[in-house]
Design a protein around this ligand. Structure first.
Ligand code: FAD
Ligand code: NAI
Length: 466
């Protein structure tokens, strides 16, 4: 009889866990995956990437039709109305199709879904919904949840003070939405509801939006979102909230301290970050300690300090992104199977899917300068023929290269399709490209991507169209 029920048990079926499970099965291992949620796919497919992108797409279509972009190109629509229940229905259909797709892939690859929340009994044994399951290797891929703001209690059912899950499911367009936190979630979901008609106020503790992005990109983001009609209260903190009837009253004050004022809103979105899911996992039963940020530390191969236990995705350090979790899922499965699975954490792109999109990969200009001498090339989207033709004037591309070797250290884009453009920059960096390599690569015309080529030419001092 086999020593264990499975070669690999993955805990959590988000983009990290389901990918790890499928890859391990593809490599000939016997695999189970524990997931307590009613559908597979984790945060990303159920209440994250996918539903938010459905609402971003739908709201963008609405705004184009209602406020001019279509009219600018001679497309006459007549009065434009929003049927929010249809938009929400389309979102739910996309989620259902995609989460169902993972269930199909599990069956196809013979991954057993253990329905329930897993708790460690020892390093090779977990309990899931009353069943004891043993495995030679256990991968923790439990992801993350919304960080609560102690003074602002979320109640998604009431729909007045909500987190991202509640903001994805509103059955009305708020009159005034206050977003607490000017990060990725705040700006994406704030954009959705602004486009659909809400007045949106963003309250951000720091003096700029989008922490972690390049400084110039962050400044430009503030200008663009203000131009779109968002009210930005930077360097401001929320110190309390009360709900009276259908109105939330927020107390805010300058981040550095000072006079408090009140903001009233019929909807408040709390989006101040996410924290790793480790509660109830029984880590104490295997003696696995957390770091100061509540994360599970691993080595380069995704091994934890406990033999046979591995960890990937949002529960370990690094950006909380689906594609980072997926790549770690492939790598951990390959390492378990005795192959060499590697993730290059220096080249993980990040994208904010607003209009325009904000994207970056590698070092910010600030971080690159600290590392040594650099050269920077910039090219405005206003001078890119395709963006100009499409009437998309906002944004720029910035290429940061090592001044001595010309090796590309970071690329930042603000453009309507920055999320697509950044892939070529990531690939170039993965291949160790110099800015010269990008500048002398033939790019199709007319495309937004030519702006990356021109920014690389600007590093060398010679863009053509500026
Ligand atoms: P998760 O997706 O969080 O999955 C973990 C799973 O583990 C969950 O389903 C949970 O139920 C399960 N679980 C937890 N504990 C247990 C247990 N003890 N037993 C069994 N199961 C357990 N990222 C992007 O890259 N692009 C985007 O556009 C994007 N948009 C987002 C929008 C929103 C609104 C949010 C909230 C997040 C978004 N993200 C996006 C982030 C992305 O969703 C996460 O980085 C990603 O889902 C992390 O994957 P994961 O596998 O580590 O964890
Ligand atoms: P975030 O870390 O991006 O932004 C949170 C913001 O809240 C920060 O700017 C922070 O300074 C601010 N903040 C913190 N405490 C505050 C307070 N008390 N008052 C006011 N502001 C405060 O976190 P967010 O937006 O919640 O997203 C969580 C994670 O989800 C992100 O790390 C991101 O990686 C992921 N995500 C990714 C998306 C994408 O890739 N497009 C989309 C949505 C989420």
């Amino acid at each position: 009889m086999a020593e264990y029920n499975y070669d690999v048990l993955v805990i959590g079926a988000g983009p990290g866990g389901y990918v790890a499970a499928i890859r391990a099965a593809q490599l000939g291992l016997k695999v189970a995956c524990a997931e307590g949620r009613a559908t597979l796919g984790g945060t990303c497919l159920n209440v994250g990437c996918i539903p938010s992108k459905a609402l971003l797409h739908g709201s963008e279509l609405f705004e184009e039709a209602a406020h001019g972009t279509l009219a600018k190109f001679g497309v006459k629509t007549g009065p434009v109305e929003l049927d929010l229940s249809v938009l929400q229905g389309e979102k739910s259909t996309a989620v259902k199709e995609l989460t169902g797709g993972i269930e199909f892939l599990f069956k196809k690859n013979k991954v057993d879904w253990k329905k329930g929340y897993a708790k460690f009994k020892d390093a090779h044994t977990v309990e899931v919904a009353g069943e004891t399951v043993t495995a030679k290797h256990i991968v923790i891929a439990t992801g993350s949840s919304v960080t609560p703001l102690p003074t602002v209690a979320v109640d998604n059912d009431a729909g007045i003070i909500v987190d991202s899950t509640g903001a994805l499911a509103l059955d009305r367009v708020p009159n005034h939405l206050v977003v607490i936190g000017g990060g990725v979630i705040g700006l994406e979901l704030g954009s959705v509801w602004r486009r659909l008609g809400a007045k949106v106020t963003v309250v951000e503790f720091l003096d700029q939006l989008l922490p972690g992005m390049d400084g110039e990109v962050r400044k430009e983001a503030a200008k663009i979102f203000k131009k779109q009609g968002m009210e930005l209260k930077l360097s401001t903190k929320v110190t309390g909230a009360v709900v009276e009837g259908k109105t939330a009253k927020l107390t805010v004050e300058p981040a550095a301290g000072g006079e408090a004022t009140t903001i009233e809103a019929d909807c408040v979105l709390v989006a101040i970050g996410r924290r790793p899911n480790v509660d109830g996992l029984g880590l104490e039963n295997i003696g696995l300690a957390l770091n100061g940020r509540g994360q599970i530390e691993t080595d380069h191969d995704f091994r934890t300090a406990v033999d046979g236990v591995w960890a990937i995705g949002d529960v370990i350090p690094g950006p909380m992104l689906a594609h980072k979790a997926e790549d770690e899922g492939i790598a951990v499965a390959e390492n378990i199977a005795g192959l060499t699975g590697i993730v290059n954490h220096d080249v993980i792109p990040g994208v904010v899917y607003t209009t325009p999109e904000f994207a970056g990969v590698g070092l910010t200009e600030e971080a690159a300068k600290e590392r040594g001498p650099i050269k920077v090339g910039k090219f405005p989207m206003l001078a890119n023929s395709r963006a100009k033709t499409n009437r998309e004037p906002d944004g720029f591309v910035k290429v940061i290269a090592d001044a001595n070797t010309d090796r590309v250290l970071g690329v930042w884009c603000i453009a309507s399709v920055a999320g697509t453009m950044i892939a070529q920059a990531a690939q170039a960096m993965e291949f160790g490209a110099k800015s010269e390599d990008i500048a002398y690569t033939c790019h199709a015309h007319p495309t937004h991507s030519e702006a990356i080529k021109e920014a690389a030419m600007a590093v060398l001092g010679k863009p053509i169209h500026m």
